[in-house]
Design a protein around this ligand. Sequence first.
Ligand code: FPP
Ligand code: MG
Length: 335
Amino acid sequence: MKLYNDSSNDSLSEPLHISLRKINRHLERIILFDRDLPSRSIIARNVLGLIRAGGKRLRPMMTIVGSRFGQHAESNEIYRLAAALELIHVASLIHDDILDQAPMRRGEPALHYKTDVYTAVHIGNYVMCRIIELMTAYSSEVEPYLHNLTSVTTAQLCLGEYQQMQHRFNFDVTLDQYWEKTRNKTAHLMASCLQLGASISKADTDVIQQLYTFGDCIGMAFQVHDDVLDFAQSAAKLGKPAGTDLRNGHITLPVMLAMEHQPIADKLRRLHANAPATAFDEAVALIRESDALDRALEMSNRFMDQAWGITEELHSFPASHDLQHIWTYFKNREQ
Ligand code: FPP
Ligand code: MG
């Protein structure tokens, strides 16, 4: 029986020599060994279900690679931390799917469809709060970075989502606001995974900083690419109509770049939450036909170039090759 739907990331775990099975075991342990959660409880059953639905496990792999730049690579401590960081991501996706009214996640009904919205909100809250509690146990060891993760990063996830919501159908949103939201929502957690893995493993401070910047660049490129795919891919491939972000009022980079063409801007500014589907279809076609998707990908590539530069600066560490494997994995998504 194939328990985990994890085939999509073989291309990364193999060159990194990371056992996804071990990551998954640690993920399950956090739930199974939680004394406050009876094993048949709604929370335990549903969170185990989400863990078993699989996922790319990019964040745990980044944490483990970060640890290879220090003196205690691959310890059980690192795997526990890697699993905890993944659960922050899992909790955030539960809430994200509610906010996006997304029916599916990883090929299965989203949690709020399996339970109901109230139950799913509570499950997301519980997982997030329990992980923050678990993380504070480390605090004496790696104070500054851990504080960064438990308080700043998790708050930034919420802030990023709030900024996205606040600017729904705001066609005057600025590029700076887009970058800030993207960093909060996506890049900061990825950067923190590398940072924390390296810091628990006692890497040098300047190396920890470089790893943070690498993760930030990769995270920014990842989100821009995701925003482009939302327009570029077919509805069949996306499993939702192309341009769903715009239909939900999210003004992403491709929209902002397309609006530099006045006739497109004039059309887009007429969109609102209750505009007919045909108006959105027309807007999506205009954005696709413009140069916006190519220009957004160029911007994503600039972040990727900066990330590659860091892998070269860290070339004296054997683990710099692992960073390059991560880079290649993300780069291949770019095409
Ligand atoms: C995916 O965005 C979502 C995120 C990267 C983070 C969302 C964070 C929250 C909802 C805050 C969570 C807070 C608590 C307390 C649990 P996306 O919609 O662009 O990506 P998708 O296509 O994978 O849905
Ligand atoms: Mg979403």
